[in-house]
Structure formats: structure tokens, C-alpha cells
Design a protein around this ligand. Structure first.
Ligand code: UD1
Length: 419
């Protein structure tokens, strides 16, 4: 079993470069299934979710060449099956994008229910509603989703809740549909804009991504033969911003889009740390104990739920009592039990947690319950006095490229050890 061993406290200092966005890349890869040709994707994060995504595509007939560790070329001219491997699709959440892409390209798909982080109930009713409005017949039996359509037809679709996954999935499915689709109450996250930009580069006609109304005029074909570079990861950038604050460090975070980080910047300033926006990099430093602050997670442009645990580490060390209200996922406070093992004083009740700030955290053996909880524990271990051992690394490896290398380069004493 692998574990990360972190010895602290270390104020993180120096420069760190952000990788391509996981949540964009895991949608762009399946979206290539719409292209009857070749395309190259650059700035792909080298993480396990991407490797599994490639395995699924290869089993459907994609030919994938890795040009280097962050660039792949995909050829989807000869898809050979409409049955996705059930064991692989259940390993991560974004496997649901195979449904939208294969319905669009082949008019048929059989796929396992998606897996991913256990953050509470994760229904896909809005995805299914969207596919049905486009004319597909969708059934779910014993954990397998069967979706079929002769030819998808554009339709107005009102999303009952703001869903990142449903917005992207229905957008992907609509690209080759006949006529116009209008997605109302769409999610606005940066990765939605990135998937739309990718598809438009390949010949799609998508307008309004990044607003709450997206209009997709169906086209006959996507042409491929293009190269696309994935947007920098908003959540990875935010993770390092909050790591700088929690460890009272000084970091220049390169290759990020500072506009995507405004809600995080605002909270970092509120807790009394410093942020300098340098256009394509952001400088964050903190030389005193953070102040308390209250957080409510919201869809973009609100404070992202995927940075809530990392912010929780900052608030567990703050001067005073802070409150976090988690409005997206019902089980996102599992990490607070682990922080309490390190000396934090956090009480979680349902979707609200109270953080009575302590002056110091202390190293302890801790378990990562999900991807972002794992990142929070790496930050906590770097800020804490003594040795922290972090287990369940498979969660962290799903979404962070070389987390220990990146932390080590900015001063953390961190090793991956095979027990
Ligand atoms: C995506 C992100 C995840 C992030 C989340 C919210 C990916 C691969 N994952 O997850 O990291 O935490 O956005 O920013 O991009 N819901 C329904 N019915 C549906 C779909 C969603 O009720 O059909 C609910 C969910 O239970 C949740 C809320 O809507 O309460 C938001 O979920 P959604 O935005 O869809 O999250 P994901 O796309 O799964």
C-alpha cells in the first residue's frame, strides 16, 4: 500500500505550474468520439482518470497515441462497438460523457453507471432528461444504462438544477443533432466553456457557453485535423493558492486564468492574506495567522465545492470560528474527521461545519476519503507540526498530476512510500 509521508511545518515558497484542467479533459476525450477523423489534444493532465478514459475509448475502437506525457493524438474513424466496458466506466464519474458522445455519433450506447468520489447521492436524472428530449430512449437496468436514438433532434431543454455534468453531456449530444438545441439554466464553469471551445474548433456551432443559456446549432460532421490545448485547472490553481495561505508561504502560481480564481482570491483577501494578479500567474503570500471567514459553496462563479476541503484547512488554523455551508454535496465533510485527528476543532452537522480555529495542527495518520479531501490533507500535513501519513492515494492520483513532485519543488518535505 502506498502512502504519502509529509513532515512539517514548511511554509511553501517558490513557483508552481498548473496542469490542464481535469474536469475539462475528462469531457474533451469522450467528445472526440464525435469526430470522424484525427485530432490532437495538448496540455492533458497526466492523471489516472485520463488513463482510464483512454482505455475506455480504445475498447470502443479509438486509436490513441501519446506524443508526450501531456499530449495525445486520437483517431476515431473506425469505432467497433457501442458497448463500453462496465468495469472501467464504474471507476470514475466522467464516464457518463461516453453516453452523450456515443448517442451523437453512433445513436446507441450501453454503459455502466458512473463511479467517482463518494460525495453523497449523485443522480444523473438531468442527463437522462436531456437525452430523452433530444429523442433518445434511455433505460437503466441493474446498474447498466442503455441509450438509443435513430437520429437526435434539437430541442429546448430546461435543466431543473444547475449541473456541470448534465450541461456538458447534453451539449456534446446536441452537436450532431438535427436542428437547434437550447440548454436553459446551464452551468457556467470554465470547463464547460473549454469543452464548447474544443467542439467549435472541430466544426461545431455552440454559442453562449459560460452563460446560463447555451445554443447549439446541429452540424452534419466534425472535421478533426486540429490541435487543441486544454484550459489550465482552476481547482489545482486554487489548491496551491490555499496551500500558500495555510502554510504561511509565498507562491507564484503560473499558467492559470486569474479570472477563474476570483471567488478564491476574494476569500483569501478576507482572511488577511495577499494576492497579486499578474495576468497568467497569481502571487499569493501570507505572513500571519489567517482571520476567520464564512464560506458557502455555489456553482460558478461562486466558491467551488471542489476547493471547500482545502479552504477548510485554512479555516481550521484561523483566528476565530468560521462556518462553511456546503450547498452542492451532502457528504463533503468527511475530511473534517481526519483534520480533527490532527488537532483541528471542527464540528460538522449535515451540510454545515463549524471551524473553531486552532493555532497549530499536529501530524497524524489520516485517510483520504475523496480526491479534494486528499489534497486538503497534503496541505494540512505541510502546515502541521510533525509527521503526517496520508493513505488512500488512489483518490489523489485521479485528479492531481505529480502532487508530491509539485509540493516538493516548493519546499514541502513529502515522500511517496510503498509499505
Ligand atoms: C462536477 C465535477 C465535480 C464537482 C461538481 C460541482 C466533473 C467530472 N466533476 O461533478 O468535481 O464537484 O461538478 O462543481 O466535472 N444533480 C442532480 N441530477 C443530475 C445531475 C446532478 O440532482 O442529473 C445534482 C448533484 O447531486 C449535485 C448537483 O446537482 O447536488 C451538482 O452536480 P453536478 O454539477 O452535476 O456535478 P458533477 O457533474 O457530477
Amino acid at each position: 500500500m502506498e502512502k504519502l509521508v509529509v513532515t512539517g511545518p514548511t511554509p511553501l515558497k517558490g513557483e508552481v505550474t498548473i496542469s490542464g484542467a481535469k474536469n475539462a479533459a475528462v469531457a474533451i476525450l469522450p467528445a472526440t468520439l464525435l469526430i470522424d477523423g484525427v485530432c490532437t489534444i495538448e496540455n492533458i493532465p497526466n492523471i489516472s482518470d485520463i488513463k482510464i478514459s483512454c482505455e475506455i475509448l480504445e475498447q470502443l475502437g479509438s486509436k490513441i497515441t501519446w506524443n508526450n506525457k501531456n499530449s495525445i493524438t486520437i483517431e476515431n474513424s473506425n469505432l467497433t462497438t457501442t458497448k463500453a466496458p462496465l468495469d472501467l466506466t464504474s471507476k470514475f464519474r466522467a464516464s457518463y460523457y461516453i453516453i452523450g458522445a456515443m448517442l451523437g455519433r453512433m445513436g446507441e450506447i450501453e454503459v455502466g453507471m458512473p463511479g467517482g468520489c463518494k460525495l453523497g447521492a449523485r443522480p444523473i436524472d438531468q442527463h437522462i432528461k436531456g437525452f430523452e428530449l433530444l429523442g433518445a430512449n434511455v433505460t437503466v437496468e441493474k446498474g447498466t444504462i442503455y441509450a438509443k436514438a435513430k437520429k437526435l433532434k434539437g430541442s429546448p431543454i430546461y435543466m431543473d438544477i444547475v449541473s456541470v455534468g448534465a450541461t456538458i453531456n447534453v451539449m456534446i449530444a446536441s452537436v450532431l443533432a438535427k436542428g437547434t438545441t437550447i440548454i436553459d439554466n446551464a452551468a457556467k464553469e470554465p470547463h464547460i466553456v473549454d469543452v464548447a471551445n474544443f467542439l467549435n474548433t472541430m466544426g461545431a456551432d455552440i454559442r453562449g457557453a459560460g452563460t446560463d443559456v447555451i445554443k447549439i446549432n446541429g452540424v452534419e460532421k466534425l472535421h478533426g485535423n486540429s490541435t487543441y490545448s486544454v484550459v489550465p485547472d482552476q481547482i489545482e490553481a486554487g489548491t496551491f493558492m490555499l496551500a500558500a495561505v495555510a502554510t504561511r508561504g509565498d507562491l507564484i502560481i503560473k499558467n492559470c486564468i486569474t479570472k477563474h480564481l476570483e471567488s478564491i482570491t476574494a476569500k483569501i483577501i478576507e482572511v488577511g492574506a495577499n494576492v497579486e494578479d499578474n495576468g497568467d500567474s497569481i502571487h499569493v503570500w501570507c505572513n500571519k495567522r489567517p482571520n476567520k471567514a464564512n464560506i458557502k459553496t455555489l456553482p460558478y462563479p461562486g466558491f467551488p465545492t471542489d476547493l471547500q476541503p482545502q479552504m477548510g484547512v485554512v479555516l481550521s488554523l484561523a483566528n476565530g470560528t468560521s462556518i462553511i455551508n456546503e450547498s452542492i454535496w451532502e457528504s463533503r465533510f468527511q475530511y473534517t474527521d481526519e483534520l480533527n485527528k490532527m488537532g483541528a476543532k471542527i464540528t460538522a452537522q449535515g451540510k454545515t461545519a463549524f471551524f473553531e480555529g486552532v493555532k497549530k495542527l499536529y501530524g497524524a495518520p489520516v485517510y483520504s476519503s475523496d480526491l479534494r479531501a486528499g489534497a486538503a490533507l497534503v496541505i494540512a500535513g505541510t502546515a502541521a507540526n510533525g509527521v503526517t501519513e496520508i493513505y488512500n492515494l488512489e483518490h489523489i492520483d485521479r485528479g492531481y498530476e505529480n502532487i508530491e513532485d509539485k509540493f516538493r519543488k516548493i519546499g514541502a518535505k513529502i515522500e511517496r512510500v510503498n509499505e
